[in-house]
Design a protein. Sequence first.
Length: 195
Amino acid sequence: MEVFFVAAAISFGAIFVGELGDKSQLMALTFATRYRLRTVVLGLVIAIGALIGLSVGVGAAVGNLLPTDWIRLAAAVMFIGFGLWGLRAGADEDDDGHAVKERRSGLLTVVTAMFLAEFGDKTMLIAMGMGSSYNPWGVWLGGTAGMLAADLLAVFAGAWVAKRVPEKVVRYVSAGLFLVIGVLLGVEAVTALAD
C-alpha cells in the first residue's frame, strides 16, 4: 500500500508542476468562459482520467509507436476551427442578443479538445514513464489528480472572468486563444513531422 501512495504522491507533484502554464490551463480557462462550470469540470475529469489511464496502461515502451505528431496536427486544426467559429460575430446569439452559453456538444467539445491537445504532450510522456516504473494505479490516481488540480485553477479563473467581463470581449479573447493554441500546436506538429 505504501508503494501505491508513493507513486500517487510523486506523479501528482510531477504532473501538477508540469501542467502549470501549459496550454491545457489556457484551454480550461477558455472553456470556462464558454460553457457551464459543471460541463467543463466533468469534461476535464473524463479527458484527464482517460488520458492518464491510457498513458499509464501503454507505458514507455509502446509509447514510441503512437503517431503523436499526426494527432497533435489534428488537434491544431480543431483548435483553429474553434477559434474561427468563435469569431463569427453575432452568429451564436439568440433573439435577446445574449450568447448561447451551453450546447449539447459542450461536454464532447471539452473532452475531445483536452484529450487531443494533451495526447503526446509532456504530461502523457511523464505518465508513461512513471507508469513503467511505479505502481500504475498510484500513478493514474496521482497523475489525474495533479493535472486536474492545475487545470481547475484555470477553470475557476475563467468562470470569474466570464462573470465580470463583457461577453463580446470574452468571445473574441477566447477565439484568439484557440487560434494561438491551434497555431502553436500546428507549428509543433509540422516541425516534428518534418524532422
